[in-house]
Write a protein that binds this ligand. Structure first.
Ligand SMILES: Nc1nc2c(ncn2[C@@H]2O[C@H](COP(=O)(O)OP(=O)(O)O)[C@@H](O)[C@H]2O)c(=O)[nH]1
Ligand SMILES: [Mg+2]
Length: 249
């Protein structure tokens, strides 16, 4: 079994991504199968099914002290290992607030996914501090850089896709699409600090496409809460995981 930790600050899109990944995997042409690894995750999925699919709502921001630990197991007939993906889905889980057990789990994971939410002020320094803390707890933290595969995901990428050429670019050159949006200091840090990494834009809700026109798959209802349209085509829902799974062969 290989372990992969998914980290992102609160509101960066962890809950929605992991929910959509499970709920929409069967729409994708893939031999990957995903299973909830715990009964807590099973309950999470049932809750999300009724919220996202039936009511087309987003989960409320995870409240202080009320989060769930979401854990999936991935399997593929052609892959030698089972892959265990976990996240700490709690409010305000910044690197400072992570407990020792969590730091240990992320430190010992075989691979990492990091969500980049560009709407957060100081997202770059937050990411740097977090990666440094994870690496301090890593098995071979004596090296000068972290050699585990890391995939950096620009979440809510639908907000940065306004026409068909953006949509194509996000699919054809995911790494370049994200690089162009990031602070140069962060790119530089990642180059020096992470031995194996890549970038993907991710949109769990996706965009609507009709006749080549790209439109948002979300809208604000009369109470000004963000709601989902069901017709969205998600962007890179599974591919960042597939990249990591291949690196971990
Ligand atoms: N436009 C857009 N908004 C998203 C997407 N995913 C999440 N959001 C918004 O971001 C909020 C926080 O997402 P959530 O998954 O709960 O973040 P978490 O705290 O990291 O688990 C949601 O309530 C949505 O309003 C996405 O793919 N696109
Ligand atoms: Mg959450």
């Amino acid at each position: 079994m290989k372990h992969i930790g998914l980290w992102g600050p609160s509101s960066s899109g962890k809950t929605v991504w992991l929910a959509q990944l499970y709920l929409r995997l069967h729409h994708l042409k893939t031999e990957w199968k995903v299973f909830p690894a715990t009964s807590e995750t099973q309950r999470f999925i049932e809750l999300m099914r009724s919220l996202i699919v039936d009511q087309r709502r987003f989960p409320d921001g995870t409240l202080e002290g009320s989060g769930v630990k979401i854990e999936y197991e991935f399997a593929h007939p052609g892959h030698p290992d089972k892959l265990h993906v976990f996240t700490e889905d709690r409010a305000g889980v910044l690197s400072e607030r992570l407990g020792d057990a969590e730091l240990q789990a992320f430190g010992e994971a075989h691979g990492l996914m990091v969500l980049l939410d560009l709407e957060r002020p100081n997202y770059a320094s937050e990411v740097r501090r977090t990666l440094e803390r994870f690496f301090l707890h890593a098995r071979d933290s004596k090296q000068d850089r972290d050699m585990r595969p890391v995939v950096f995901c620009l979440s809510k990428a639908d907000r940065r896709i306004s026409d068909h050429s953006d949509f194509e670019f996000a699919h054809r050159e995911p790494e370049e699409f994200v690089r162009r949006q990031l602070e140069p200091e962060l790119l530089e840090f990642v180059n020096q600090y992470c031995g194996r990494h890549t970038y993907f834009p991710v949109s769990a809700v996706g965009v609507q496409i009709d006749f080549g026109l790209v439109r948002p798959a979300v809208y604000y209802d009369e109470r000004l809460s963000l709601r989902l349209l069901n017709e969205g085509v998600p962007v890179h829902l599974l591919t960042p995981f597939e990249w990591l799974f291949e690196e971990l062969r």
